[in-house]
Every structure is written in structure tokens, then in C-alpha cells.
Design a protein around this ligand. Structure first.
Ligand code: ADP
Ligand code: MG
Length: 263
């Protein structure tokens, strides 16, 4: 099967600090890969190297079979346009409406006429359930809607791969759940490959086909979710053992709420 993304023995160092140590990752069409790991384990660093933001010290990143960091600048840019990334902050322009935010990459990167770009932008907004919010500014919408708008923008250039860095961070559980449903829906409708960094157990259970767990810069577990869950590794075990008693609704542990309602 041809891989959309193939990371081979990636080594990333900042000074003396080895952040990623011979990490391998692969993603195929239609697959949702979830990257797990504690804070500071190198998850965002891994995503950044998949979208060409920094060259690795060693190893290779192949996108659609092409060695990203060996390509000429122009070819590299064309290759990267086939990937859409939703950053944690959603990174929308505050002075532009949602429609203008999404039209912008079409006008800038594709030379699409503004009035056509506006129509496409509205289609992308409809895909994420924001068809009635096209004229609003980012400041006028909720956090969950901002994530959706950022996603609509990531979809502007019809990417074949979508990357999400902690998409549900800062969202309430209901909104986070809706975002998971949207991710599943996009995979079904577009057939794209998707990489999600998250440590929300609810999200992992809802969306992951395949997971990798990074710990101190190394991949310590990799495979289908059920296989990784069942692994006999203390770090993996601790990660998944954070279940129910510690899960929260808003700021409140579920266990407290259950006790209150007398269950
Ligand atoms: N630009 C940078 N310069 C130096 N150290 C960095 C830089 N980016 C990340 N790091 C370090 O790399 C490690 C992994 O960071 P990161 O990939 O953001 O972790 P995660 O996303 O898993 O929380 C951290 O120790 C962080 O301090
Ligand atoms: Mg991170």
C-alpha cells in the first residue's frame, strides 16, 4: 500500500537534547492515526517535521512518496499544499470574516478569482457545519466554532492528509465529542488520511484506528488501538489506566458527579 506519510528514523535535536530518537511513522489513505504521549514527549515536534517547518537532524520524511527535505523549494511547497494542518490555536485572521479567512489561501495559492473563492469558502464552511456563520469574525464565535473554522480553512485546498494538534484542548466534552464526529465524517466523505495528537481518552476511543505512543522521544508502542491497549508496558498501562475515576465533565471529576447523584 502506498503511504501518504512515511517518517523514517527521524532524529530531532535541540542542542544536547534529543527530542525524537529514530521515530518511524506511516499513514495510509483512509486511516486515522493517533499520536499519544505525555506533555513534552515530542508530539508537536513530530507534526512540525511532517509539514516542513524544520529539517530533521537525521532520517527522512516522505510525503506521497517524496522525500520532503530533499525536494527543491517549489516542489516542496507544492507537496505541502496537499496537507492541511489544524494548529492548536486555529490561527485565523481576526480582521477577516470566516469566509474571507478560507478564501484567502485559494486566492493566494491557487490564483482563484475572489468571487469563486468566496463560493468555495462557503462550501467548506458548510462541510464543518458553519454555513450560517460565513460573515462573522473570529471574535464573534465560540471556541468550538473557531476549531471548525480552522478546519474549514485546512480543507480549502482539498488536502489528501489532515493533521490535528490537540484539537479538543480547551473544549467542553460535548463540543469535543462533536469535533470527533466531524473528524470521522470527513474521513468517510473525503477518504483522507488523518493524524491526530491527543491525550483525551474519549477521543482516542472514538476515532483511532492505529495509535503510536511516544515517550522520551521514542516510539514505545505502535499498532491497532486494541493491541496497544493490551500491551504489557508500564507507561502504556499508566496512560490508559487514567480511565473513569479521573475523567472530568468540565472541571469536575466524573466520580464526584456520580457520587452527588447517588450512584
Ligand atoms: N524550538 C525548540 N527549541 C528547543 N526545544 C524545543 C523546541 N521545540 C520543542 N522543544 C522541546 O522538545 C520537547 C518536545 O516538545 P513538544 O514536541 O512540543 O512536546 P509535546 O507536543 O509532546 O508536548 C520539549 O522538551 C520541548 O521543550
Ligand atoms: Mg504539543
Amino acid at each position: 500500500m502506498s503511504e501518504l506519510i512515511k517518517v523514517e528514523k527521524l532524529v530531532v535535536r535541540y542542542g544536547e537534547h534529543t527530542v525524537l530518537d529514530r521515530v518511524d511513522v506511516s499513514l495510509v489513505r483512509g486511516e486515522i492515526l493517533v499520536i499519544l504521549g505525555g506533555s513534552g514527549s515530542g508530539k508537536s515536534t513530530l507534526l512540525r517535521h511532517m509539514v516542513g517547518l524544520r529539517a530533521p537532524e537525521e532520517g527522512r520524511v516522505l510525503l506521497f512518496g517524496r522525500d520532503l527535505y530533499a525536494l527543491e523549494e517549489e516542489e516542496r511547497e507544492d507537496t505541502l499544499k496537499r496537507i492541511g494542518m489544524l494548529f492548536q490555536s486555529a490561527a485565523l485572521f481576526n480582521s477577516l470574516t470566516l469566509e474571507e479567512n478560507i478564501a484567502l489561501p485559494l486566492i493566494e495559492h491557487r490564483g482563484v478569482a475572489p468571487e469563486v473563492a468566496a463560493v468555495i469558502a462557503r462550501m467548506k464552511l458548510a462541510m464543518v457545519g458553519l454555513e450560517n456563520s460565513a460573515r462573522l469574525l473570529p471574535a464573534e464565535i465560540s471556541g468550538g466554532m473557531k476549531k471548525r473554522a480552522g478546519l474549514a480553512r485546512a480543507l480549502a485546498l482539498d488536502p489528501e492528509v489532515l493533521l490535528f494538534d490537540e484539537p479538543s484542548a480547551g473544549l467542553d466534552p460535548v463540543t469535543a465529542r462533536a469535533l470527533d464526529d466531524l473528524i470521522l465524517d470527513l474521513r468517510a466523505r473525503l477518504g483522507v488520511g488523518i493524524v491526530v495528537v491527543t491525550h483525551e481518552l474519549g477521543s482516542i476511543n472514538a476515532i483511532a484506528d492505529h495509535v503510536i505512543m511516544v515517550d522520551h522521544g521514542k516510539v514505545i508502542a505502535e499498532g491497532p488501538l486494541a493491541d496497544v491497549r493490551a500491551m504489557d508496558n508500564p507507561v502504556v498501562h499508566a496512560f490508559f489506566a487514567r480511565e473513569a475515576p479521573h475523567e472530568t465533565v468540565g472541571e469536575r471529576p466524573i466520580a464526584d458527579l456520580l457520587r452527588e447523584v447517588g450512584k
